[in-house]
Design a protein around this ligand. Structure first.
Ligand SMILES: Cc1cc2nc3c(=O)[nH]c(=O)nc-3n(C[C@H](O)[C@H](O)[C@H](O)COP(=O)(O)O)c2cc1C
Length: 193
C-alpha cells in the first residue's frame, strides 16, 4: 500500500477531495491530509462537511492516516525524509497554485508541495477557475516545467454522465490513474462502440 498527501484549498469543488480520500482509503492507502482555512470554509459551504470530519466520514482514522494543521511546519509531511508516493492538491485555488509556483513554502500545504518538487516526487494539482488569466497560465507553465502534473477539473461528456456524481468520479478516477492507483470510477474509452 502507498502513502499519499492530499491538500485541499478554497477553490470550488471540495467534493472531488472527499471522493479522492474515500477511494484512497478504500484501497488501503495511507492519507495525510492538510486543508487551508478557506478550504475548510468552502468545503463546509459546498458539502456540509467539516474538514476535520472527512477522515472520520470515510473511515480513515487509523494509526497511519492523519490530518494536520496548515500552520504546523513541524508536521512529518514538511520534511523530505518522510517518504511519500506523491501529493494531490484537489481542488487547487489559483492562490495556492501561485504560491507553489513561487516556491515560498509559507504554510504546510505549500511546504509539502515544495518537498515533492525538490525530491522529484509526483505532485498533481487539480486547479478550478474560469476564465484563466495570463498570470494563472504562466504559473501553470512554471509548475509544469518543474515536473508538476496540471490536471484541471474539466469533466468530459463522451461517457454520457447521468449525474454530478459520475462527473466527479470521472475526474477523481483520472487523478487516481495519474498516481498509478487502481480504481473503477469510470469506464475507459473503448472507441464509442
Ligand atoms: C465559495 C467560494 C468559491 C471559490 N471558488 C474558487 C475557485 O473555483 N477557484 C479559485 O481559484 N478560487 C476560488 N475561491 C477563492 C479562494 O477561496 C481564495 O482565493 C482563497 O484565498 C484561496 O486560499 P487557499 O488557497 O489558501 O485556500 C472561492 C472562494 C469562495 C468563497
Amino acid at each position: 500500500m502507498s502513502r499519499y498527501i492530499v491538500g485541499i484549498t478554497g477553490a470550488s469543488g471540495s467534493i472531488y477531495a472527499v471522493r479522492l480520500v474515500e477511494e484512497l482509503l478504500k484501497y488501503g492507502h495511507e492519507v495525510h491530509l492538510v486543508i487551508t482555512d478557506n478550504g475548510r470554509k468552502v468545503m463546509a459551504y459546498e458539502t456540509g462537511l467539516d474538514g476535520g470530519q472527512i477522515l472520520q466520514k470515510t473511515g480513515g482514522i487509523s494509526r497511519r492516516s492523519g490530518i494536520y494543521d496548515n500552520s504546523d511546519l513541524f508536521a512529518p509531511i514538511a520534511s523530505g525524509s518522510f517518504k511519500t508516493d506523491g501529493m494531490v492538491v484537489i481542488p487547487c485555488s489559483m492562490a495556492t497554485l501561485g504560491e507553489i509556483a513561487s516556491g515560498s513554502s509559507k504554510n504546510l500545504l505549500g511546504r509539502a508541495a515544495d518537498v515533492c518538487i525538490k525530491e522529484k516526487r509526483k505532485l498533481v494539482l487539480v486547479p478550478r477557475e474560469t476564465p484563466l488569466s495570463s498570470l494563472h497560465l504562466r504559473n501553470m507553465l512554471t509548475l509544469s516545467e518543474a515536473g508538476v502534473l496540471i490536471f484541471p477539473a474539466m469533466p468530459a461528456f463522451y461517457h454520457r454522465p447521468s449525474s454530478v456524481g459520475e462527473m466527479v468520479d470521472f475526474i477523481v478516477g483520472r487523478v487516481l490513474d495519474s498516481l498509478g492507483v487502481k480504481n473503477e470510477l469510470y469506464k475507459e474509452w473503448d472507441g464509442g462502440s
